[in-house]
Ligand binder design. Structure first.
Ligand code: UDP
Length: 260
């Protein structure tokens, strides 16, 4: 698949044009950012893992009847996807309190919510992706009432599916962020972007070990190993995987004291 010109570059992905009508290529970078771009790094192999994990999850969602932009993965870092215009809203679904919810409202980290909580944030880096209400969305016409109703229903279905899928492999789905886009020449809104450990909070069921981007946000280390663990549990990555080479950081040299 020949790549055309770059159409858009985000923090973790690039979108390229391609020869196929109404389709584009999504490229996963190794770049990691947090705290509204204040913390940045390159984590070798992250893009490859996210490409595979997101492909797996979106394929499963598709099989469960949840339409999304994925057409097929075309190589280690790229997917062929439907060209959509992204609705400028980050849709967050929470099952357990963590991250910005705990800071904003003083809710204790780890509090299990009685029902999934949907939050909307404006996708605007300059403003720090502020939390917005449905009324803001309608007043400023970021999406229509019909679109939001459809998306809310899909968010609950996506959450139910993902909670079950991760529970089956010993992982708690704490929360996640998704994006939706409008298909060209149609009124349809479909799930787009990615679903990966970059966009979800995933805790090991027994130990509550974090298996997601919080390892980067909170300097916990071993991010690649955690993403590999998720991929392995989902049955994507096998011991003899072709997701190689992933180089691990060299251990720091230790100065040995001279014997007196
Ligand atoms: N999230 C994301 N991209 C963003 C903001 C949040 O993928 O720009 C995900 C994040 O990984 C978590 C969920 O959305 O799984 C809720 O994030 P939260 O609002 O707690 O944000 P944070 O703690 O990252 O500020």
């Amino acid at each position: 698949m020949k790549k055309g010109k770059k159409l858009y570059e985000g923090k973790a992905k690039i979108i390229y044009a391609c020869a196929e009508k109404n389709l584009v290529i999504q490229h996963f970078k190794d770049d990691a950012t947090a705290f509204n771009n204040q913390k940045k790094s390159v984590i070798e192999g992250k893009g490859i893992l996210n490409n595979r994990i997101s492909e797996h999850i979106l394929t499963c969602l598709s099989q469960a009847g949840i339409k999304n932009h994925l057409v097929k993965r075309i190589n280690m870092r790229e997917q062929l996807i439907k060209h959509v215009s992204i609705i400028p809203i980050e849709f967050i679904v929470r099952n357990i309190a963590s991250g910005s919810l705990t800071k904003r409202l003083g809710i204790e980290e780890g509090t299990v919510l009685d029902n999934p909580l949907i939050e909307y944030c404006l996708k605007n880096d300059k403003l720090g992706d502020p939390l917005i209400s449905k009324e803001h969305i309608l007043t400023f016409k970021w999406a229509t009432k019909k679109e939001i109703e459809k998306i809310d229903k899909q968010l609950n279905r996506i959450n139910d599916f993902l909670v079950g899928m991760f529970r089956g492999v010993g992982i708690k789905l704490v929360d996640f962020k998704v994006e939706f886009g409008r298909l060209k020449n149609s009124n349809d809104v479909i799930l787009a972007d990615e679903i990966s450990p970059d966009t979800c909070r995933l805790w090991d069921m027994n130990t509550e070990k974090k298996l997601d981007k919080d390892r980067f946000r909170n300097n916990l280390g071993n991010l690649i190993q955690a993403y590999q663990d998720v991929a392995r549990r989902l049955g994507i990555l096998h011991e003899q995987s072709n997701i190689r080479p992933i180089k691990f950081p060299k251990p720091k040299a230790v100065k040995l004291k001279k014997n007196k």
